[in-house]
Design a protein around this ligand. Structure first.
Ligand code: ARG
Length: 595
């Protein structure tokens, strides 16, 4: 059930509007911009006045007259031309807090009509090591995955591994140049290929780079790669066997990267899995008469009335399918096999045109008539120069190196294992610290990413992103650990959590903030914008800090007061932990820091 204060106030307004015969569509409040004057504001009277041909103040006054005597409100008044200012009563706040305290979901509603949502993120490719450019897709996608799941949608996450297409032909061709004697290239050999390949993913990345350069410079090499791609897609046994190795090596490396980021997928479908469906797409396009043959290739022309848009090439003149075709075919599979109601793709903004083309072709093909397709394009992770983040020598920053760099940064602020108490051995302390370093580093990287609007790029703040103060992941982790420690002390002093009874402005402010949780998560879900959650978590942690400085638990004047404050603290801890979890970040019980 939605236990947010906003919902409760809206419900009150709704009843009042019904009684007054006003259009209930306008019966909602927004959080006040002037917290010194009110908690909520309702601007309905201004919208209602136009159609009712009445003075907005008059309407507002009639609403206020009905709400005034309700003990849920401390003060309801008309302001300016007809704004309604609402301050809720402590009675209502206490009630909402106590309900949230005993609710497993902390007062968060679930989606009324759950849907099957397929999330396509991570964007890894075979024979390419993951780099900084992959960070955002993984981090944003994982957060949205957790949020959608928490709200009750059925989420199926899928990587759409780049394991098909010309890059595969290019790399096979390059390996062939190096080892023409290998059995994969013997066109007469059908089976019994070697069981492993002596390459690491780093070596494959290198080979891919060489292949790329060669193909850029040499038309013959390009032509050869194209032919190999077509043969390989057509099922050439040797190429397929080699490809299977490349795929295995890459998937293993990619999984390691995702695991260290605490990012997980339900499916590992690749472009290759869509191959058969590509023929189906071709057939549908021909039957519906929406494709044409252009210079040997089968294409779908798109609507260009608003802007020029290149046609979608379904099948190239050499018979190969394209990145567009595999994406379109994958939509068909996600609809038929996964019963998707919605498919959301998370990639760099630079792929916007690709998805516009894919979505338009899908519409023309009529293969996903009731399915919502959405592309969320994000900006790049930049270096101090505002350009995409690079290593010191100007190379591409590997994801693994970036994670290690973040860990090194966090390790700098950790005590040494022999300095910390409470462990039975230095080794145990060391293990604890290393685990903590990991959790904090990932928190720092993810929070830095998720505190920014998705669409805008951001600079990787190498000096600040892992600080324990300011708007960072570690700051929120600290806030949680601090409350844990407060709770342990209270426990030792035999203080038990009890009914919330608001007394001071700081308690009131904290309760007001906590009661926004459900609306905050729903807004994040609607906008697909985790920065809403990060903002809220940060402000909540700050408000808790002011609360705790002003309202001591251990030295409270009465045991009721101590119990009430302890409950507020506990709810704050649970809310912050939930928020971090929705961002894909862990909350360690205890944090350590160098003195
Ligand atoms: N592997 C692709 C790339 O590296 C990204 C895949 C994104 N998802 C998709 N369905 N196209 O660019």
């Amino acid at each position: 059930m939605d236990l947010s204060l906003e919902k409760t106030v809206n419900a009150k307004l709704f009843d009042c509007f019904e009684k007054l015969g006003l259009d209930t569509k306008f019966a909602f409040v927004k959080i006040s911009d002037r917290p010194d004057l009110s908690d909520f504001q309702c601007n309905a009277a201004l919208s209602l006045a136009k159609s009712a041909h009445k003075n907005p103040r008059e309407i507002a006054t009639s609403i206020v007259a009905l709400l005034e005597n309700d003990d849920c409100f401390e003060k309801v008044s008309v302001d300016g031309p007809g704004f309604i200012n609402i301050r809720v009563s402590d009675i209502l706040l206490n009630r909402v807090m106590n309900n949230i305290a005993s609710d497993k979901r902390l007062g968060c509603a679930e989606i009324e009509n759950p849907k099957t949502v397929v999330l396509d993120f991570g964007a890894p490719n075979v024979a390419k090591e993951m780099h900084v450019g992959h960070l955002r897709s993984a981090v944003i996608g994982e957060s949205i995955q957790r949020i959608e799941r928490f709200l009750g949608n059925k989420v199926i996450s899928d990587t759409h591994l780049g394991d098909w297409g010309t890059p595969m032909g290019m790399i096979i061709s390059e390996i062939m140049l190096k080892h023409p004697e290998w059995p994969y290239f013997d066109d007469t050999k059908k089976d019994n290929f070697p069981v492993s390949l002596p390459y690491s993913v780093q070596e494959l990345t290198e080979i891919y780079k060489q292949a790329n350069t060669r193909c850029k410079e040499d038309e013959n090499a390009r032509q050869k790669a194209r032919i190999i791609t077509a043969k390989f897609q057509d099922g050439h046994p040797g190429y397929r066997a080699l490809w299977q190795h490349l795929r295995n090596i890459s998937v293993e490396a990619v999984k390691k990267n995702f695991d260290s980021l605490d990012v997980h997928f339900d499916l590992w479908w690749g472009e290759s899995d869509a191959h058969q469906s590509c023929y189906q797409i071709l057939k549908i396009a021909q039957e519906k008469n929406i494709s044409e043959v252009d210079d040997g290739a089968t294409i779908i022309r798109l609507d260009e009335s608003n802007k020029p848009k290149p046609p979608v090439i379904l099948q190239k003149s050499d018979g190969g399918f394209t990145y567009h075709t595999t994406d379109i075919a994958t939509v068909l599979m996600r609809v038929n096999q996964l019963h998707a109601d919605e498919i959301i793709y998370f990639t760099d903004q630079r792929q916007s045109l690709h998805f516009e083309q894919v979505f338009e072709a899908v519409e023309k093909l009529g293969i996903a008539p009731h399915v919502k397709l959405k592309h969320i394009g994000f900006g790049t992770v930049n270096g101090p120069d505002g350009k995409p983040f690079k290593t010191r020598d100007g190379g591409v920053m590997k994801l693994e190196d970036l994670i290690n760099l973040s860990k090194d940064k966090v390790r700098e602020s950790m005590p040494s294992p022999d300095e910390v108490d409470g462990f039975s051995s230095v080794q145990e302390a060391h293990n604890y610290i290393e685990n903590l370093v990991n959790q904090i580093a990932i928190a720092a990287m993810k929070f830095q990413d998720l505190k920014n609007n998705i669409a805008s790029g951001y600079s990787f703040e190498i000096n600040d992103f892992a600080k324990f103060e300011g708007k960072t992941g570690p700051y929120i982790q600290y806030a949680i650990a601090r409350i844990n420690s407060i709770m342990r002390k209270a426990n030792a002093a035999q203080i038990l959590e009890g009914n919330v009874l608001i007394h001071t402005p700081e308690e009131r402010m904290l309760a007001l903030k906590l009661s926004q949780l459900s609306s905050v998560i729903f807004r994040t879900h609607e906008d697909k914008e985790p920065s809403i959650i990060s903002d809220y978590a940060y402000t909540l942690a700050q408000i808790f800090s002011s609360f705790y400085n002003a309202a001591s638990i251990m030295n409270a004047k009465s045991s009721e007061l101590a119990s009430s404050r302890l409950r507020l603290a506990r709810i704050t801890r649970d809310v912050l932990t939930l928020l971090l979890n929705l961002l894909g970040i862990q909350a360690p019980d205890v944090m350590l820091k160098k003195n």
